[in-house]
Design a protein around this ligand. Structure first.
Ligand SMILES: NC(=O)c1ccc[n+]([C@@H]2O[C@H](COP(=O)([O-])OP(=O)(O)OC[C@H]3O[C@@H](n4cnc5c(N)ncnc54)[C@H](OP(=O)(O)O)[C@@H]3O)[C@@H](O)[C@H]2O)c1
Length: 255
């Protein structure tokens, strides 16, 4: 057990994020890519081979002996299915998938009483630092108009992005306003602007304004490795944890 390598399963392995996660796993010692889970059966995923076998499958069924932690960046229905599997088989899960509704969020919270879940709408260091900064400054900016602007590639399914919703939750929680997703989207105290075009990986801004000034916090993802690295660090971090719901901020605080 002392030098046991952590075996990681990747769900959504054929997606934009999945492919980068695979590439980044190969760069790290002491972890093994053990299973690739894709929606359709695949023959070839290109990777520089290692001297161990990597399983390819379309579901986690009967795979419980073959992995320790799963990293899931796929689609929410599939992620919920994987959480149920993980609860049943006592496996920990890293959730990168976004777009969950309030009921699904509750289910995730409940599941984390049985297993360890690390869930972040954004696994980059920069965005998690903005979460931290926001908490510190929001009360001083409460009288300003608030706009949350985001741009992503044309294939992104959820809108506004999970990161925008997280910004709004942090702002509303600090101002003691309603903060579940449904209420946030209905109440008009924050103006959301979402654009979908080209291949944009992820641009986010929070803009505070009044008649005298404009104050802006921005983040631009230059590549997807920032999310993949955060998710892998989370998988290593949660390997021995028993249960609980955590986010990338817990991992950053450990550094
Ligand atoms: N938290 C973060 O830091 C972060 C960063 C980037 C993206 N994301 C989120 O991560 C998710 C994936 O993003 P992406 O850009 O990689 O999307 P993507 O390119 O569409 O990849 C999603 C992959 O999941 C696969 N999939 C769907 N159902 C599946 C199933 N039942 N079993 C296995 N695989 C299944 C899809 O297969 P098909 O292609 O066959 O449909 C696709 O390959 C999205 O929710 C996105 O918002 C989060």
């Amino acid at each position: 057990m002392k030098n046991k390598k952590i075996r990681i399963a990747v769900s959504g392995a054929n997606g934009r994020m999945g492919k980068i996660i695979i590439k980044e796993i190969f760069k790290i010692k002491n972890i093994i890519l053990s299973i690739l889970i894709t929606k359709k059966k695949i023959k070839n995923i290109q990777y520089k081979n290692k001297n161990y076998k990597i399983k390819k499958c379309t579901s986690l069924k009967n795979q419980e002996k073959n992995f320790d932690v799963i990293i899931d960046f796929s689609e929410k229905k599939n992620t919920i299915k994987n959480i149920k599997y993980c609860v049943k088989n006592k496996k920990n899960i890293i959730i990168g998938t976004t777009g969950f509704n309030d009921e699904e969020e509750k289910f995730i919270k409940l599941s984390s009483k049985k297993i360890c879940i690390v869930k972040s709408s954004n696994f980059s260091n920069g965005i998690n630092l903005i979460y931290f900064i926001l908490k510190k400054i929001i009360k001083k900016l409460k009288d300003k108009k608030i706009k949350i602007k985001e741009e992503h590639h044309k294939n992104k399914k959820d809108s506004p992005s999970g990161t925008s919703i997280e910004f709004a939750k942090i702002i509303n929680k600090k101002l003691r306003k309603k903060f579940c997703k449904n209420e946030i989207l209905k109440s008009k105290n924050i103006n959301f602007i979402s654009k979908r075009k080209g291949n944009i990986i992820g641009n986010h801004s929070i803009i505070f304004s009044d008649k005298n000034e404009i104050f802006k916090i921005s983040h631009k993802a230059k590549n997807r490795s920032i999310f993949a690295i955060g998710a892998i660090q989370s998988a290593i971090w949660c390997f021995k944890k028993k249960f609980g719901l955590f986010s990338m901020k817990n991992i950053i605080n450990k550094k």
